[in-house]
Design a protein around this ligand. Structure first.
Ligand code: F3S
Length: 394
């Protein structure tokens, strides 16, 4: 790989062992994927913040980096952690878990990362179209590439952190225009009834598209939050890191000879059957990915005059929560909680004795059984409000 003089010096350790280690990680990654150079990045978004998913190995690695004097050199945001203040009380977490999580956060802070603690950092720090990024968190990656028009690969936690420190990333994959061309035409031959059907279709597309960029035909007029959830679902169904909407690709026609798949009601129904059960939920969770203001406004409207009768957690970022206190008040007047810094997937819901979670997110439905041993009922935002307001069979 070609390195500039400055990069060579950094790799040789002239600027300290922290930057040297970050450069070693990036150069190794670049060599592995055939990159010819490193690119400067505008920001990094780092995952592996929740102690539940990162574990003790992350603490040791970060302690080492701090001792080496490593520090982020570009804007570096953080994914959700394991709890917010309100939840740590509710979950009655053991002291060991609370202090390990706090230690992880303190280490990331020492490395100069911003405590955004959200999977939607783009609502606070929106990258420019065409800018190069090094983001982990698959849902944010697909949003950045597909909706914002920024350029990022789907980084892992260590490579995103290394990019945060070095301010660079190897030039391969989705940083290169030729790899952003559609590789699969997906024809939507049905009209989704709600966001759950749309996102289940997205999950299915993720499964069939593998590494290809899918070009979606037949989807029109989707809102920002619907697109956000569509990308999150695709990224959890498979390795999708970018999609293109034919509606937004102007007059460009699908390239000749593109492989084509159809997504109809049958595919959506079977995806929903695999991910969802029809059981009575003991917890309702919305905000995977973290809610936007638009979603909070919808929720405030649906919850007006209602009283919530089952635990109802709505996850968002500190930034979004602080930007609309009136919506948060309206939602919490019903008894629902607007929670920041975490989500049900990376927190310890199993400590609450929860068996069934209702949510509108196929991504959460995919991960929750394995991570927390709970079953999931997929239901739209509107249905989740109904479920939360009803008493249930028990
Ligand atoms: Fe975000 Fe948690 Fe879902 S990190 S994308 S809300 S699993």
């Amino acid at each position: 790989m070609f390195l500039t003089r400055e990069e060579e010096k950094a790799l040789d350790g002239e600027y300290g062992p922290g930057l040297q280690l970050a450069m070693r990680i990036l150069v190794k990654l670049g060599d592995l994927f055939g990159a010819e150079r490193l690119l400067p990045v505008r920001s990094a978004h780092v995952s592996g913040i929740s102690y539940k998913t990162a574990g003790d190995a992350a603490i040791g690695f970060l302690e080492g980096l701090c001792e080496m004097g490593a520090r982020a050199s570009v804007l570096a945001t953080t994914n959700p952690c394991g709890f917010d203040k309100r939840l740590s009380g509710l979950l009655e977490l053991p002291d060991q878990i609370v202090s390990a999580q706090e230690k992880l956060l303190a280490l990331y802070r020492r490395l100069g990362l911003k405590m955004t603690l959200t999977c939607v950092p783009y609502y606070q720090f929106r990258p420019e179209r065409g800018s190069h990024l090094a983001w982990a968190e698959s849902s944010a990656v697909v949003y950045a590439n597909s909706v914002i028009g920024a350029f990022t690969n789907r980084e892992g936690a260590p490579s995103a952190l290394a990019a945060a420190i070095a301010g660079r990333t190897p030039d391969y994959g989705l940083h290169r225009p030729e790899n952003r061309q559609p590789g699969l035409l997906v024809d939507f031959s049905f009209r989704p009834r709600d966001e759950v059907e749309l996102w289940a279709a997205g999950f299915y597309v993720g499964q069939v598209a593998k590494n290809a960029v899918p070009l979606l035909r037949g989807l029109r007029g989707l809102s920002d939050w619907e697109l956000k959830g569509l990308g999150a679902a695709m990224a959890s169904g498979g390795m999708t890191a970018m999609f293109t909407l034919e509606e937004l690709s102007g007059s460009r026609r699908a390239p000749e000879g593109l492989e084509k798949v159809e997504v109809g009601r049958e595919e959506v129904t079977s995806t929903l059957e695999k991910l969802s059960s029809a059981e009575e939920p003991d917890l309702i969770f919305l905000g995977c990915s973290h809610c936007s203001r638009e979603e909070l406004a919808l929720l405030a409207e649906h919850l007006r005059g209602r009283e919530v009768r089952r635990p109802f957690w709505i996850c968002t970022s500190r930034h979004v929560r602080a930007s609309c206190p009136e919506l948060v008040r309206a939602i919490e007047a019903s008894g629902a909680l607007v929670i920041v810094d975490t989500c049900v997937v990376v927190s310890w819901v199993e400590k609450l004795g929860v068996d069934v979670v209702a949510t509108n997110s196929p991504k959460a439905a995919y991960y929750l059984p394995g991570l927390s041993g709970v079953r999931v009922r997929l239901a739209s935002l509107k249905e989740c409000v109904e479920l939360a307001s009803s008493k249930g069979a028990g």
